[in-house]
Design a protein around this ligand. Structure first.
Ligand code: FAD
Length: 377
């Protein structure tokens, strides 16, 4: 299923029917349809009874913005990545990916303009002519590609008459969850922690039902605790640890200051229990909190979501996902987690390749061998 997805699904703009007639896909169609219409939990439960095994095979649905009780079993392909490829950590942390991309652009004489929020996309007679910044400056463009939240781009940046996906469209869509992120600098070492640590609650189903069903904060929540200083010596001084805690929260919901403080304390208490460090609070040197409000105001995230777009339920996956091209303005395109193939950094990078294919009218369904950059493209 993983191979099939790479060949026919992930790099596909669904702008031609050629992909449907591929022999590999036709051959695997029965199992493909079965996995598309079965939930991940049903699929895993048929083969595993032990809750710990089920958790290991289902937890990744969180990183697809949904619950194993809603995600199609096709996403069990994420376990292929877990078990066959492993988890990668870029040297010097995830920000080095941003720096590497910026460097590639520099080599191609790309001009970057940071801290310059766009207030609108300027459209004239069905054609975008550029973008207007909040400062009032207008930047002319032949093509506009928005990497901002897709709901924000469509409903706030485009004039109403040019919105292909206006506010009503989003009423039937399901966002990815929000999150509380607690970044801590801790004095002294925490030897009980690995780089990646997942803590699953026994009330597995109830936990997912609260976050993705009733949109409430679960009493007892599963947690991800990351200690990059386990792998990366640049992440913290020798006698300290760099920790971040990720607590998934329901979308649609902001937190009051009191709720944020309460949840932060709860997470730090849990950190103290799992690391067997009763005095951990007194060892905190730095603390930085990012919550639902930050996603909404800093990134214009739709319904406070933290992953950059819609969840990966079947109705929001593959050819059902919001396409990367405006239907009303012919030279406006979208990249990032809101469109195909979906949430997560590798997916967002693939989304850029998909826009490249759209702009150049390349209708192949797999990854490109090479990309032509420059006027000849
Ligand atoms: C805690 C956490 C951990 C994660 N870990 C992983 C991981 O290990 N692996 C993985 O693959 N994925 C991970 N993800 C998911 C991944 O980070 C996202 O799916 C991805 O970053 C989404 O990228 P994007 O480009 O669509 O959106 P964003 O990264 O949000 O980028 C959009 C940018 O557009 C800007 N913007 C918005 N509006 C405007 C405007 N009007 N004008 C100008 N700019 C604007 C925003 O400020 C933002 O910088 C994680 C997410 C979180 C929250």
């Amino acid at each position: 299923m993983y191979d099939l997805s790479v060949r026919s699904i992930l790099y596909n703009n669904y702008d031609s029917l050629n992909w449907v007639f591929q022999w590999q896909l036709i051959k695997q169609l029965p199992s493909f349809l079965h996995l598309a219409t079965t939930t991940l939990d049903d699929y895993v439960s048929r083969q595993f009874k032990d809750i710990r095994l089920k958790q290991i095979l289902e937890y990744h649905s969180v990183f697809l913005g949904t619950s194993p009780y809603k995600a199609p079993a096709i996403y069990s392909l994420m376990s292929t990545l877990d078990f066959n490829s492993g988890v990668y950590y870029p040297e010097n942390g995830i920000y080095s990916l941003v720096q590497s991309l910026a460097l590639l652009g520099d080599k191609r004489h790309v001009t970057y303009k940071t801290s310059s929020a766009v207030s609108s996309i300027v459209v004239s007679d069905g054609l975008a002519t550029g973008v207007c910044l909040e400062s009032g400056e207008i930047i002319a463009a032949d093509v506009v590609i928005s990497a901002a939240d897709l709901h924000h781009t469509e409903t706030s940046l485009l004039p109403k008459k040019y919105q292909s996906y206006p506010e009503e469209y989003w009423k039937n869509k399901e966002p990815s969850p929000s999150a509380l992120l607690i970044s801590l600098g801790i004095k002294g070492k925490l030897p009980n922690l690995e780089h990646h640590n997942l803590y699953f609650v026994d009330a597995w189903k109830e936990n997912f039902a609260a976050i993705y069903g009733s949109f409430t904060i679960p009493e007892d929540a599963s947690l991800y605790i990351c200690k990059p200083s386990a792998t990366d010596k640049t992440a913290a001084p020798d006698d300290a640890e760099n920790i971040f805690i990720l607590l998934p929260l329901p979308a649609h919901k902001n937190l009051s200051n009191k709720e944020t403080a309460g949840l932060t304390n709860r997470c730090i208490e849990q950190l103290s229990i799992v690391t067997n460090s009763p005095n951990i609070a007194s060892r905190i040197i730095t603390k930085d909190i990012v919550g639902p409000q930050d996603f909404a105001t800093r990134f214009n995230a739709w319904e406070y979501n933290s992953l950059g777009g819609q969840s990966h339920v079947l109705s929001q996956s593959a050819f059902f996902r919001t396409p990367n091209k405006s239907k009303k303005v012919q030279n406006v395109y979208y990249v990032g987690a809101g469109t195909n193939p979906g949430v997560g950094l590798p997916m967002c990078l693939i989304s850029a390749e998909l826009v490249y294919k759209r702009v150049c009218d390349i209708r192949t369904t797999g990854p490109l061998d090479h990309v032509v950059i420059g006027k000849s493209a």
